[in-house]
Design a protein around this ligand. Structure first.
Ligand code: NAD
Length: 485
């Protein structure tokens, strides 16, 4: 792969980067996967201009035409899966199970979902209303429609954990609704997204409808947010989201912000402990905890605390850490040396604050790779940084509660509000607690998803909703059209 050339995709052309290239590193081997293009600010602006030029014609296409083109794009992408799966695996360090399923096939699923949804009519008919005579106009029976219009040029800025899937979750609904896009993938793993543009070309999307720019630092993303765009759809960390919101606010650009999380997992005394352990254990076993929705913060009823910790420790202790290409590996590396250092320094803060390491705490003894051992911290209280800050790594912390109100207060006691979980045998209690959690999503006795449900955050976890038809509507503006009958 190291000899492959990657270029920017702007206005339907493959463009040499004006600032050269930078190395994309395999997090397991620490070898260079390939050079990624370093776009200049002028090239970011070129991509935005191309998207602006393409917008009128693309937005006027019928929804059926757009849907058909998105299905062709999904077909062209699927033909590339044998090439893209190893590439995205190498640049993300994901285990093969994660690479093949969530990194790749979900991308096609998302394009097909929005290709189909594009064909439905999403306008909202309103009943006619009898309006009185006013100084403004004659009264009568007045009809109205809330029509959904595309927003315009959308900047799609994505994080490193699932480069193709995150990109698809933005680009598919944005294009289906009639917007045009400029994609800016994460610096750590942009290669498969650049390759994805080959499928865009093959499917015959008009030039400028889909553009990709990449860069090693914040410059390309920052330039994109400041450019002549109409909306920023951003998934990433809360501090970067805040910066984007400040900048976008000046130009009144529309925002969809999917930010960080610190998922609470409340386990009641009647909860299914085996189910809770499997769910909470996904923080270790699924993509090394690099998932915003992970149930990383256990809030255990005092009566089941010891038993739960024992089971969690046994679970974590059996997970094989190492080469993501090996069939029996469950925990691969985190994305980079920088990310491992972030996780390790937060663990050190936990040590200083008096948290106990029930499992983990040492760097795994492997020759290469940015590995963090599955770690379980007990004796944690909400005033500790390990209870408040996001690890984005394979670390679970455990707190204790005595009654329901305390559990809810602890769960709500962080700046985040993305995804919480409740384990209880009492359905009424599960529902009652869910309704009091200040969180965009709540799983009761499961970490499973429903992809048609709205997805997004309360508080510092974001603004707006992805998911199902809500994701499509996020890329629209409502326009009222009014007429006399
Ligand atoms: P990050 O915020 O560091 O980077 C995300 C993207 O923003 C990258 O493409 C980056 O280059 C770009 N960027 C950085 N500075 C910028 C700036 N000033 N202007 C514009 N763009 C800029 O996040 P990350 O480390 O890639 O991903 C991890 C974070 O993402 C975690 O906080 C995680 O919770 C969050 N995340 C959230 C969701 C969700 O759906 N809520 C999903 C996945 C990840």
């Amino acid at each position: 792969m190291a000899d492959q050339t990657f270029r920017l995709f702007i206005a339907g052309e493959w463009v040499e980067p004006s600032k050269g290239g930078y190395a994309v590193v395999n997090p397991a081997t620490e070898q260079v996967v390939a050079e990624a293009p370093e776009a200049g600010v002028d090239q970011v602006n070129d991509a935005v201009a191309a998207a602006r030029d393409a917008f009128p014609a693309w937005s006027r296409r019928t929804p059926e035409e757009r849907g058909a083109l998105l299905h062709r794009l999904a077909d062209a992408f699927e033909r590339r899966i044998p090439e893209l799966a190893p590439l995205v695996q190498a640049e993300t360090g994901a285990t093969m199970r994660v690479a093949k399923t969530l990194q790749v096939t979900q991308c096609a699923v998302r394009f097909r979902r929005y290709a189909d949804l594009a064909k439905e009519n999403h306008d909202i008919p309103l009943p006619p209303s009898v309006m009185p005579n006013t100084a403004l106009a004659k009264g009568g029976l007045i009809g109205a429609l809330a029509a959904r219009q595309p927003v315009g040029v959308v900047a799609c800025i994505t994080p490193y954990n699932f480069p193709l899937t995150n990109m698809a979750g933005k680009v598919a609904p944005a294009l289906a609704m009639g917007n045009t896009v400029v994609v800016k993938p994460a610096p750590q793993d942009p290669l498969a997204v650049l390759k994805f543009a080959e499928a865009v070309e093959e499917a015959g999307l008009p030039p400028g409808v889909f553009n990709v720019v990449t860069g090693s630092g914040a410059d390309a993303g920052q330039a994109l947010v400041e450019a002549d765009i109409d909306m920023v759809s951003f998934t990433g960390s809360t501090p970067v989201g805040q910066r984007i919101a400040e900048s976008a606010g000046r130009g009144m650009k529309r925002l969809l912000l999917e930010l960080g999380g610190k998922g609470a997992a409340i386990v009641f005394d009647d909860g299914d402990l085996a189910g809770a352990v499997a769910g909470i254990g996904s923080t270790w076993s699924f993509h090394s905890g690099q998932i915003c929705t992970a149930p990383t913060r256990v809030i255990a009823h005092r009566s089941v605390h010891d038993q739960l910790v024992e089971k969690l420790a046994a679970y974590a202790g059996h997970l094989k850490v190492g080469d993501p290409l090996a069939d029996d590996t469950v925990v691969g590396p985190v994305i980079s040396q920088v990310q491992r250092e972030r996780v390790e320094s937060l663990l050190e803060a936990g040590r200083q604050d008096g948290a106990e390491f029930a499992v983990g705490g040492e760097r795994p003894d492997l020759e290469t790779g940015y590995y963090v051992a599955p770690t379980l911290l007990t004796g944690v209280t909400n005033d500790m940084r390990v209870a408040q800050d996001e690890f984005f790594g394979p670390v679970v912390v455990v707190e204790t509660f005595d009654d329901e109100d305390e559990a809810i207060a602890l769960a709500n006691g962080t700046a985040f509000g993305l995804y919480d979980y409740v384990w209880t045998a009492d359905a009424v209690r599960g529902y009652r607690v869910a309704r009091q959690l200040r969180s965009g999503n709540v799983g009761i006795n499961t970490v499973q998803r429903n992809h048609e449900a709205p997805f997004g955050g309360f508080k510092m976890s974001g603004v707006g909703r992805d998911g199902g038809v809500f994701g499509l509507h996020a890329y629209s503006e409502l326009q009222s059209i009014v007429w006399p009958s």
